[in-house]
Design a protein around this ligand. Structure first.
Ligand code: CDP
Ligand code: CDP
Length: 219
């Protein structure tokens, strides 16, 4: 079984996808982490985020691995765990440029499809229901207002000891959504057969229950 969860930044995709995967004992795949890992590779090697051949060369020379863990998924760059590093501000603010590169997407989508062929899977991202797994049995499109999403990010940052302005977070989220939904290849878009869930006024538990209901109805 394939469960695709798409939606804009900070809608709660990975939180919900991880819990659903755990409940069903499915593999969880965070495709955003893959684009973030390639962005980190470019940053570490001082390659411009728009330098297509430079980035492809790095992808050929370095290994990026994804491991399923109790907590979700770890990302290893040349066997070093970079799961925290890929969430940094600089990566978040540049990942949309890297993820718009056609050849980067082709390589990562191939990896994602391989993972989905080998196991029951819950995969979250932007183009899972539209492009990566168009035949997924369950397609969810999670949304929430920009204000709520910025507040969620703000809370996360406070917990990590990072002080950011709510207004800046709102602007960053809007800018990233704009870039992700206006790129040429596989833009962020609700699949025609996806079920939209607006989580603005829902707790994590309520969203998990709602998505579980949808999954059960498709079983
Ligand atoms: O967790 P958050 O919403 O901040 O983002 P993410 O899921 O980690 O994704 C980071 C970025 O990767 C997105 O803003 C997109 O630019 C890109 N991405 C993509 O293009 N396609 C996907 N399937 C997943 C992520
Ligand atoms: O993966 P994505 O960027 O869509 O969002 P996330 O990283 O899973 O969630 C962003 C934050 O929103 C996390 O701190 C969650 O705990 C929180 N949250 C949520 O995901 N869903 C709710 N209904 C309420 C809060």
């Amino acid at each position: 079984m394939q469960i695709a969860i798409d939606g804009p930044a900070s809608a709660g995709k990975s939180t919900i996808a991880k819990l659903i995967a755990k409940n069903l004992n499915f593999v969880y795949c965070d495709t955003g982490a893959m684009y973030r890992a390639v962005t980190l590779l470019a940053k570490n090697h001082k390659i411009d985020y728009g330098d297509v051949s430079g980035i492809l060369d790095l992808m050929n020379k370095h290994s990026i691995k994804f491991l399923n863990t109790d907590k979700g998924q770890d990302v290893l760059l040349d066997d070093v765990n970079v799961s925290n590093e890929i969430r940094s501000e600089v990566i978040t603010n540049n990942v949309s440029q890297v993820s718009a590169i056609k050849e980067v997407r082709e390589q990562l989508v191939e990896m994602q499809r391989k993972l989905a062929n080998d196991a029951n899977i819950v995969m979250d991202g932007r183009d899972i229901g539209t492009t990566v797994l168009p035949d997924a049995e369950v397609k969810i499109f999670l949304i929430a207002s920009v204000k709520v999403r910025a507040e969620r990010r703000y809370k996360e940052n406070v917990e990590r000891g990072i002080n950011t302005s709510l207004k800046i977070l709102e602007d960053e989220i809007e800018a990233r959504d704009y870039k992700d939904s206006h790129r040429k290849i596989s833009p962020l878009k609700k699949a025609e057969d996806a079920i939209e869930v607006d989580t603005s006024d829902m707790s994590i538990e309520q969203v998990v229950n709602k998505v579980s209901e949808i999954v059960n109805s498709k079983k």
